[in-house]
Design a protein around this ligand. Structure first.
Ligand code: SAM
Length: 288
């Protein structure tokens, strides 16, 4: 088994996943990389020091900080180091760097410079939550943190009305109850899972319909880190042609192009695009 990857051969940037909570959730290879890296870029050095102490990794003088406010300006220094043959390790506070965390800019810049970018994969809250959700894991969509503004959230919910894949998003404990209650208004009977404090002392995975979950979380204090996994939309009922025709005619009369009218109606009512397109072209031809 080849475990050591640092300090050998040409330079590389290694994206290393770290635990979500339980400090035991780190691979032997990730630890070896942290031991041998020429430099470790991390979000919050005090936070990562807990991981280093737990595994007796001496990092003094090899730590650099990389967070959302300095990521762009650190790219050049990282490219120089990798070009000079160094092994640069990138970690975030928890989970996988670049996933709703800093890292993707650095990865893009190092890759664009034609240098090696590799990974020591491991925990990520999105995958951990999905894996215990019991919902369909065949196809899913990750939304990151959902928008805070009401209008943006409503637009997102309108998209989710016809999203057939399982939907995963991160949510703060302060906003969980509001989000669940908004979602319950739109999709009361859809199943969802709230995965809280995974791998930690107060780990909790609560499953139910959105209506049930909204009732549970509106009546208690919620703390900790949370991922919500939401069942996708079932197959949309077929629309009769008259309803579809009326909806498209409405959009065309409002000045929309055929393309936009088809997109808007397909998203809202879920008909097959081809059918909607045929009707829109027929209606447009009748208008001229
Ligand atoms: N890059 C990280 C990853 O791959 O998991 C995610 C970083 S994002 C800034 C942090 C969010 O991930 C938290 O606000 C929470 O939504 C989710 N999260 C992180 N740790 C978690 C845990 N132990 N249990 C549940 N959700 C967690």
């Amino acid at each position: 088994m080849r475990e050591l990857a640092g300090g050998e051969g040409p330079g590389q940037l290694v994206v290393v996943a770290t635990p979500l909570g339980n400090l035991g959730d780190i691979s032997r290879r990730a630890l070896a990389l942290l031991e041998s890296a020429d430099v470790i870029y991390c979000e919050d050095t005090r936070h990562s020091n807990k991981l280093f102490s737990a595994h007796a990794i001496a990092v003094r003088s090899r730590l650099q900080s990389l967070h959302e406010h300095n990521e762009a300006s650190q790219c050049e220094a990282i490219i120089e180091r990798v070009s000079a043959g160094e092994t640069v390790v990138l970690i975030s506070d928890a989970g996988t760097p670049g996933i709703s965390d800093p890292g993707s800019r650095v990865v893009a810049a190092v890759a664009a410079a034609g240098l090696v970018v590799t990974t020591a994969p491991g925990p990520s809250a999105v995958i951990a939550a999905l894996s215990v959700s019991g919902l369909d894991t065949e196809r899913f969509v990750m939304e990151g943190f959902v928008a805070r503004k009401h209008g943006e959230r409503e637009r997102l919910y309108a998209q989710w009305a016809s999203e057939p894949r399982t939907i995963v998003f991160y949510e703060s404990p302060q906003r969980l109850a509001t989000t669940l209650s908004e979602l319950a208004e739109h999709f009361a009977a859809r199943r969802a899972v709230v995965a809280r404090e995974l791998t930690k002392l107060h780990e909790e995975v609560v499953r139910g319909t959105l209506e049930e979950l909204s009732a549970v979380f509106s009546s208690r204090e919620v703390l900790g880190e949370i991922v919500v996994v939401l069942e996708g939309a079932g197959p949309m009922p077929a629309l009769d042609e008259a309803t579809l025709r009326a909806a498209i005619a409405d959009q065309l009369a409002n000045g929309m192009s055929v393309r936009d009218a088809v997109s808007s109606v397909s998203e809202e009512l879920g008909p097959s695009r081809r059918e909607a397109y045929r009707i829109a072209l027929e209606l447009r031809a009748g208008q001229v």
